[in-house]
Structures are given as C-alpha cells and as structure tokens.
Ligand binder design. Structure first.
Ligand code: NAI
Ligand code: MG
Length: 365
C-alpha cells in the first residue's frame, strides 16, 4: 500500500503554501513514490463549512493516516468567536487526541541565508540540529498549580512533574530520530537543582543503555546548553529536553537561522501498528493574514515540513535530502520571497514561482 498523508491546508496563507507542497508531492509521484493523499478542512475554514474547527470525521482520518501535514489556522475573521470553536482549537484537538508528546524543531541553516542570522556566518553555515521538546507534561501541566493565599500574601504555584514513562517515551523518540540523522543525542535538564532533572537524566541514560547503546548520548545542564547553542551550535545533533526548557531552547535555536518563513516542525506520538509514530507536520509560522492573497508567502517552511515527513515518517531520508538540496539550490541561485529580502535591488519571487523553482531543482537533481 502507498503511504498515506492527510493534508489540512487551513486558513490564510496555509492553502497558498500547501498548493506548492502539492507540486512537490506530485513530482515524487512521477518518480514512483506515490502517496495516498486526502484533504480536509481545519481551523476557520472548517468552522465556516461545519461550525467546528475540526470535525469528528477529520479527527478520525488524522488518527488513521501515516502522517498529517497542516498549513496554518486562524485569522482576524475568527478572533471574536467563542473559545470553544476558535480555529486553534482544531489544532489543539489534533495534538491532544493524537497524544503528540514530542515536538521537533529543527534549526537548519542554508548557506545562502547564513547572512540572515544574528550570529557570525561561520557559526551557523551548514548548521543542522534538531531540538525535541516534551510537549504534554512538565511544569505547564503539573499539579498543584494556582494562586493561593498563604498567611497575609498570595503565592503563585506551578509544579514540575515527570513520570518515568513520560521521560522514557520522549527519550525513545529522540534516539529513534538520532538513528535517522547523525546518531548523537544530548539530553538537557537541571539535575543539579531539580528532582525531576535527576529522574530525567537517570531514565534517559537507562533507555539508552538498554535499547539504544549504538547512539552516542551526552548530558548537559540546560543553562549551559543555552550558552553552547549560541557559542557553537554545530556541536549538537539531536537535543532532547523537557517542556519548559524546550520552549526556550527551541525558540532560541530556531532564530539561529533566520526567517519564520523557513522553519518547519513536527509533533510525534507513540508508534502505530505499522511502527511509524503518529505524526503531525507543520510550518512554525501562522496564517499571516497581513500577506494572505498577495502571493508573498514563502512556501519553504511548509515544503521542509513535508521533507521532515519523508525523513521521519516515511523512511525516505535520501528523498528528504533531495528536497533540502533543491531548496539550497534555489536560494543559492538568488531566488527570494519577500520575507527573505535583505539586499537592495533583488526582485522578490511569488509563492508559486518559488514552489515551481524548487520542483525544477528537484527534477534537475
Ligand atoms: P504569523 O506567523 O502568521 O505571522 C507573523 C509575521 O511573519 C507576519 O508579518 C507574516 O506576514 C510573516 N510570515 C509568517 N509566515 C510567513 C511566510 N511563510 N512567508 C512570509 N512571511 C511570513 O503570526 P501572527 O501574525 O502572530 O498570527 C496570525 C494568525 O495566525 C493568528 O490568527 C494566529 O492565531 C495564527 N497562528 C497560527 C499558528 C498555527 O496555525 N500553527 C501559529 C501562529 C499563529
Ligand atoms: Mg515559545
């Protein structure tokens, strides 16, 4: 059977960038790699058609495909809707019901864009690292939480809480991923001052020793990790960390490389019967209502999200490398969507021109 893919274009520039991804998918189809693609509405588009940002039918489809690819949801038209039917509730439902506990944020620097980074060019050129953030537990969810009164003042409380199984499953995601990359994992916590960090380190080490001894594992305190990420990020391959540290470290790492229009992401859950993890791939950016309908959207973040699906859901690392190389090629040729313009005198290309150039580069590769 062909691998199956559910496409949820969503709102704003979501459908615009997804149109370009379809061209890439169709190109792979002409080369013998065919996906069973289905498409459905999510977010505001689903609300307009069905009165809900995600129908039960679409949820069911998402649970039964090999990977979901989502554009973006939301927009000013929906800002005043009741919270229960807001576009982002569609996305939240997908993440929750698919139990997507591992959030993958790559920081990948294309040489042609190295000048875009706020860091020195040699520090980021060729950078390709992956941060895995635990997404469904930790201090954002632990109980007790709340603002309580203690004596004559109030106290705000959150609880950092991780069970062994929560740590073990995200550690496995990291080791599985590392095997498809450079085979190295660095785990970050603060075992020096936090009990959850002590347990985190112990469980990650045990999963490594028992199940993934072939992967190189190191541990680092998360504050030192932040320092090392800006000093010499190329020392890392896969970084795995908790929800709070991952929130900060993944934002930091993402900006090592430049524009929002370039950043893909993925969220993974438990392996399904066929061994593939439940997976949702999406660009980091939103629906960009300020440029929707103008042809200015950069489709690369969404195309790279599909490349991540090739690599991490479909065991097609060589094909993912080809997409990456095609993106590198068009950037090296000087093609820029409006968000990537720095130099004077460069005429930006449109969303579809960028997509078509990437397909042409694929065909020539
Ligand atoms: P945004 O990411 O949509 O846009 C921020 C800025 O970056 C805008 O100036 C936009 O034009 C630009 N930008 C974003 N993606 C781009 C691309 N591919 N090419 C060129 N320029 C791009 O974030 P914003 O403006 O805060 O939110 C807009 C809407 O998107 C809101 O309704 C928000 O709730 C929603 N949103 C949805 C997300 C999702 O679906 N995962 C994530 C973030 C925001
Ligand atoms: Mg954040």
């Amino acid at each position: 059977a062909n691998p199956s893919l559910l496409i949820l274009p969503g709102d704003g520039i979501g459908p615009e960038v997804m149109t370009e991804v379809r061209k890439v998918i169709d190109w792979f189809g002409t080369r013998g790699m065919t996906f069973d693609v289905s498409e459905a509405l999510v977010g505001g588009a689903a609300y307009d058609a069905h009165g809900t940002p995600l129908t039960d039918e679409t949820m069911e489809m998402a649970q039964n495909v090999d990977a979901v690819l989502l554009g973006a949801v939301g927009g000013p038209k929906y800002d005043n809707l009741d919270f229960s039917v807001k576009p982002e509730r569609g996305l939240l439902r997908l993440r929750k019901e698919m139990d997507l506990y591992a959030n993958l944020r790559p920081a990948q620097c294309f040489d042609a864009l190295a000048d875009f980074s706020s860091l020195k060019k040699n520090v980021v050129a060729g950078l390709d690292i992956m941060i895995i953030r635990e997404l469904t537990s930790g201090v954002y969810f632990g109980e007790p939480r709340g603002i309580f009164t203690e004596g004559n003042e109030r106290v705000g409380i959150n609880t950092q809480r991780y069970t062994e199984s929560e740590i073990a499953r995200v550690a496995r995601s990291a080791f599985e991923l590392a095997r498809k990359r450079d085979n190295r994992v660095c785990s970050m916590e603060k075992a020096n001052v936090m009990e959850s960090g002590v347990l985190w380190r112990e469980v990650v080490q045990r999963i490594h020793d028992d199940e993934y001894p072939d992967v190189e594992l190191s541990h680092m305190y998360a504050d030192a990790g932040a320092m090392q990420l800006t000093r010499w990020p190329k020392q890392f391959d896969v970084i795995v960390t908790d929800n709070l540290f991952g929130d900060m470290l993944s934002d930091l790492a993402a900006m090592l490389t430049g524009s929002l229009g370039m950043l893909p992401s993925a969220s993974l859950g438990l392996p399904m019967a066929n061994g593939r993890p439940k997976a949702l791939y999406e660009p980091v950016h939103g629906s960009a209502p300020d440029i929707a309908g103008t042809g200015k959207a950069n489709p690369i973040a969404c195309i790279l999200s599909f490349a991540m699906a090739l690599r991490y859901s479909f065991d097609a690392g060589a094909e993912a490398d080809r997409v990456d190389a095609a993106v590198e090629k068009v950037l090296a040729d000087g093609l820029r969507t409006a968000d990537l313009l720095g130099e004077e005198g460069v005429e930006p290309v449109t969303t579809s021109q960028m997509g078509e150039a990437i397909v042409a580069a694929l065909a020539a590769s």
